[in-house]
Design a protein around this ligand. Structure first.
Ligand code: URA
Length: 236
């Protein structure tokens, strides 16, 4: 990587500012001042700015247990805090959420700066299923449950949409509780799927995305980096 690019990737500097730092003699490579922006830096070399070592941030893959009343956006509003601003992390402006949850929904969100990876998470064509635990306002009778299971599997038109929903799974764990698996992320999709059957979702918690399961070790608002197996599971 070129030295000026390395500085941009490691600090908040623009390319122009990075060139300025280099010209000013503030950058060293392995302890020696370097004034050439086009010099290529090898991974084993140590780069310092004003005597302090700097390193590129690199791509990050994170899971968070989203708390209720937070936004899956990159900045806060007057009413709600963004999930990104809950994190004490370098370069938060580079991060985005791979598959949003509504302000009142809770559970697993994936946060990354790898656009290709997040596309694989969210693109319906990739068939990455998301599992939600749902609580419903109205209990659903056994006959109605059978009807819903079939309808979710077949797909149906949501109000205002011109495409049927893709095959989804629903398993009732109680008359007013279900586990739902969908591989799409249309606007308010799960809520609208139940609304189509005159019911209302009162609680929505995402438990799993593909193979990635929200650990019980993360309290609401807590986050951790994904391990290699979790990251690679999205490509599998
Ligand atoms: N479906 C919804 O309706 N809301 C969510 O937050 C996620 C899926």
């Amino acid at each position: 990587m070129r030295l000026d690019k390395y500085i941009c990737e490691s600090t908040d500097s623009t390319r122009q500012e990075a060139k300025g730092l280099i010209k000013a003699g503030l950058i060293t490579i392995d302890g020696v001042v370097c004034k050439k922006a086009a010099v290529h830096v090898a991974p084993e070399q140590q780069i310092a700015l004003d005597g302090e070592r700097i390193e590129p941030v690199g791509l990050r893959y994170i899971m968070m247990n989203k708390p209720v009343d937070t936004l899956c956006t990159t900045s806060d509003t007057e009413l709600y805090q963004s999930v990104i601003s809950l994190m004490l992390i370098d370069k938060p402006e580079r991060l985005h959420i791979a598959g949003r949850l509504d302000v009142d929904s809770t559970g697993l969100i994936l946060i990354t700066d790898d656009g290709l990876w997040s596309h694989k998470v969210t693109s319906p064509r990739r068939g990455c299923f998301k599992t939600y635990l749902v609580e419903l306002l109205n209990p659903v009778s056994n006959t109605e449950q059978t009807k819903l299971i079939q309808a979710f599997a077949d797909g149906f038109y949501l109000s205002g949409d011109d495409k049927k929903t893709l095959p989804a799974e629903i398993e009732f764990t109680a008359p007013n509780q279900a586990r739902v698996k969908i591989c799409e992320g249309r606007f308010h999709q799960v809520k609208r799927m139940f609304l189509a059957f005159d019911n209302q979702v009162t609680r929505l918690h995402r438990q799993q995305i593909g193979e990635i399961v929200l650990g019980t070790d993360l309290a609401a608002g807590e986050w951790r980096y994904l391990n290699a197996a979790e990251i690679n599971s999205i490509d599998a």
